[in-house]
Design a protein around this ligand. Structure first.
Ligand SMILES: Cc1cc2nc3c(=O)[nH]c(=O)nc-3n(C[C@H](O)[C@H](O)[C@H](O)COP(=O)(O)OP(=O)(O)OC[C@H]3O[C@@H](n4cnc5c(N)ncnc54)[C@H](O)[C@@H]3O)c2cc1C
Length: 288
């Protein structure tokens, strides 16, 4: 199916994009980034924006650099850029590990990091990464700029804190310390499908091997990704083991509030949490 008719605006600068968006936002005008979510939605008539503000000609939105102990990701950086480590240490490796779970290669060459966050699909990988790592979103409009924490930015399925006339300019992720370790696991029906459940674990281990500073997040199960602070507290200071991974999986399953298929999603979550914790600590978990 073809998309319904729309007027195509192609600003060359950020200032021009913000001005055009201010004009068309009251008419349900939208930003067009990689188009990998918006255009299928238009083809299916789920979305009918009469104006699209195409940001693909704005060079600065493709900027990707490390600055002041943080990775700054321009909103239009394509998923495919993360296949090579884009930051030193564990952060670059983590992003490279996660990106291969997003859709298929052709979609990754077009879909953008910022588009994924703005689309706010609960089953998307980057929103989970943003919440667990404490990302900061830079939102801009003709009214000015504001910084929004990832957990406040993501409000619900396909819902963010952006006002209609605001656009995401860039996202900042703090670099991870050199001794940080991570594990990411997801279950999808087929390779490239959206995840039915996923888990990201980031932690450190002290000289005795005990878990420190654990961050444990879930995605694809609830309306928005979030950290499970009770499970983080459960593993803090403990030695990794298959039994601990299993205990953490059970605790996560009990703590979550699935949007649908509750028993099934809980079972998936138990498995991905156990496996992600085991991967982060390199223990052999028996994730049932
Ligand atoms: C077959 C298929 C499989 C997929 N599988 C996965 C998957 O497994 N995991 C996953 O995470 N994603 C998946 N996707 C989605 C893909 O990652 C999209 O690229 C992404 O969700 C949206 O990015 P985009 O750049 O294409 O945004 P677009 O489709 O252009 O825009 C999406 C929405 O975000 C808004 N938007 C975009 N950029 C901005 C901005 N800078 N400021 C304000 N608003 C903005 C748009 O107005 C629109 O409402 C899949 C897509 C397809 C077609």
């Amino acid at each position: 199916m073809k998309a319904p008719p729309f007027e195509w605006h192609r600003p060359a600068t950020l200032a021009e994009a913000m001005a055009t968006l201010a004009e068309v936002a009251p008419l349900d005008g939208r930003i067009l980034a990689g188009g990998q979510s918006l255009l299928p939605a238009m083809a299916l008539r789920v979305a009918r924006p009469p104006h699209l503000v195409d940001i693909n000609g704005i060079a600065e939105l493709g900027d990707l650099r490390v600055e002041d102990d943080a990775l700054r990701i321009g909103a239009l950086v394509r998923h495919a850029a993360f296949h090579r480590p884009v930051a030193p240490g564990p952060l670059g490796a983590l992003m490279a590990g996660v990106v291969r779970h997003i859709a298929h290669w052709p979609i990754r060459t077009r879909g953008s990091f910022g588009g994924s966050l703005c689309h706010a699909d609960p089953a998307s990988e980057w929103p989970l990464v943003a919440v667990v790592l404490g990302a900061t979103m830079q939102a801009v409009s003709v009214r000015g700029e504001r910084l929004i924490d990832a957990s406040a930015f993501l409000r619900g399925p396909l819902e963010t804190a952006l006002a209609p006339d605001e656009m995401l300019r860039a996202v900042t992720l703090p670099l991870l310390p050199d001794d940080a370790r991570w594990g990411f696991e997801e279950v999808a029906r087929r390779a490239g499908d959206f995840a039915q459940a996923m888990a990201l674990v980031v932690l450190r281990q002290d000289a005795l091997g005990r878990i420190r500073d654990a961050r444990i997040g879930i995605g694809g199960v609830e309306a928005v990704p979030r950290r499970l602070v009770a499970v983080e507290a459960l593993v803090e200071g403990r030695l990794p083991s298959p039994a601990l991974a299993e205990e953490a999986g059970r605790a996560a399953a009990a703590a979550c509030d699935p949007m649908e298929d509750a028993p099934y999603r809980r079972a998936l979550l138990r498995a991905v949490i156990s496996r992600a914790l085991a991967a982060a600590t390199m223990t052999q978990a028996l994730a049932a």
